[in-house]
Design a protein around this ligand. Structure first.
Ligand code: GLU
Length: 450
């Protein structure tokens, strides 16, 4: 019989050799694998059943051509993906990302993380992810609509309310979900359970828009509680300015924190008095503009363009919420945050912190909330949206918010408990990986060789 370490290493070597060019995917796999060695000591039957090697191979990947006409009548072509990673505990569930950086490595890393995240929510949802290298930035509504219609014309063959339920992610919000839903309906009839993040007039759930950001702050609240800390007066950096960043900021402000900075891919706004949320929402949600225009209304704030060594993480803050994208905090950024006295880092985005930076935070005793736990509120409320759709009901904002809060507390507790049980008390990275994995592994074990 091989030891747990030998088993994990041998699977990792295979994953590396089969997916040589998929850096982000390998990063996500490696981070999970590191946590799992003690699990196999306790459950050697999972080695016998080769659970890990099965888990890292997606059940299915579809990749497809998305042709569409731009406003000049020119033919454009993008590439679409759906990775159906694991249906061990429920239908595939996870967002669609529209961003020029999307490729197979990106959707696989996101789909892999989604398996554990969805498991942690306690809801019966498997892991999937999809998207396209289409860039919605600068496109007209009509162009976005034509792209979404073409994308869904192919995707609809592979999804369904009990099979695979996509939602939003970067570049996919209410507008895109509306167009995607319209096209799905045209081809298959009205089945509102096929997508989540829908508009409130056609089967969406209250609180879904706010859920990822609010959820991350609820998670952080329990992290801070464990050290007898709270948000009152805490200077906070929130990177990004999309849906997650906006609603993290809203909840942070409500709980007494001062959000001193937000960003987009061009630069960041620094406002020591606190970011004005109304202006931020106007720029991002109404005008679909760039945050640089914030300073027109708030001349006391400064706009710093990034790209020439300037980083939002160089600001002095107590809390950091990376809510933009993968690998946005590297070792150097982590060092700056630590030198400036950060006490907690909470991932609103998926894998925003590099492995080396995570290790540095943990070594320095910084409270660290990993994305698959801290940002699970979005998909958790997606599962609540599915439940409402199945039950043909609509719950109130307060009801859903209350459930979201309970789910985030449960995720915190089960992650903290798993970390303790497996000898790494306080390490929520290890705890979330183990707690998420155990349920999936048990379901795979029960279902035989599939
Ligand atoms: N894209 C979100 C995530 O990363 C939400 C997925 C969903 O609601 O299905 O978890």
């Amino acid at each position: 019989m091989v030891t747990s370490t030998e088993y994990v290493n041998s699977v990792l070597e295979k994953v590396k050799s089969y997916n040589r060019h998929e850096g982000e995917f390998l990063q996500a796999v490696e981070e999970v694998f590191e946590s799992l060695v003690p699990v196999f000591d306790k459950y050697p039957e999972y080695i016998e059943e080769n659970i890990l090697e099965r888990l890292v191979e997606p059940e299915r990947i579809v990749s497809f051509r998305v042709p569409w006409l731009d406003d000049q009548g020119q033919v454009q072509v993008n590439r679409g993906y759906r990775v159906q990673f694991s249906s061990a505990i429920g239908p595939y569930k996870g967002g669609l990302r529209f961003h020029p950086s999307v490729n197979q490595s990106i959707v696989k890393f996101l789909g892999f993380e989604q398996i554990f995240k969805n498991s942690l929510t306690g809801q019966p949802i498997g892991g999937g992810k999809g998207g396209s290298n289409f860039d919605p930035k600068g496109k007209s509504d009509r162009e976005v609509m034509r792209f979404c219609q073409s994308f869904m014309t192919e995707l609809q063959k592979h999804i369904g309310p009990d099979l695979d339920v996509p939602a939003g992610d970067i570049g996919v919000g209410g507008r895109e979900i509306g167009y995607l839903f319209g096209q799905y309906k045209r081809l298959n009839g009205y089945q509102n359970g096929v997508l989540t993040g829908k508009g409130l007039t056609y089967g969406g759930s209250l609180t879904r828009t706010e859920a990822t950001g609010y959820g991350a702050v609820y998670f952080a609240k329990h992290m801070l509680d464990s050290k007898n800390e709270d948000f009152q007066g805490k200077k906070t950096i929130v990177s990004g300015s999309g849906n997650v960043a906006i609603y993290a900021t809203e909840k942070l402000q409500e709980l007494g924190a001062t959000v001193i900075a937000v960003s987009d891919s061009s630069g960041y706004i620094h406002d020591e008095n606190g970011i004005d949320l109304k202006t931020l929402k106007q720029i991002k949600e109404v005008e679909r503009g760039r945050i640089e225009s914030y300073i027109e209304k708030h001349p006391q704030a400064s706009y710093i363009a990034t790209g020439n060594g300037q980083s939002i993480w160089s600001l002095k803050a107590d809390l950091a919420f990376p809510c933009a994208t993968q690998n946005e905090i590297d070792y150097k950024d982590a060092q700056m945050l630590i030198d400036n006295g950060v006490i907690a880092v909470v991932e609103g985005a998926n894998m925003p912190t590099t492995v080396k930076a995570v290790d540095l935070f943990l070594e320095a005793g910084v409270l660290f909330g990993p994305g698959k736990a801290a940002n699970a509120g979005g998909v958790a409320v997606s599962a609540l949206e599915m439940a409402q759709n199945s039950g043909r009901s609509a719950w109130t904002f307060e009801e859903v918010d209350q459930k979201l809060h309970e789910i985030m507390e449960n995720i915190y507790q089960s992650s903290a408990q798993a970390a303790k049980e497996f000898g790494q008390e306080g390490n929520l990275v290890v705890g979330a990986n183990i707690a998420g994995f155990l349920k999936v592994a048990e379901a795979m074990y029960a279902q035989g060789l599939v």
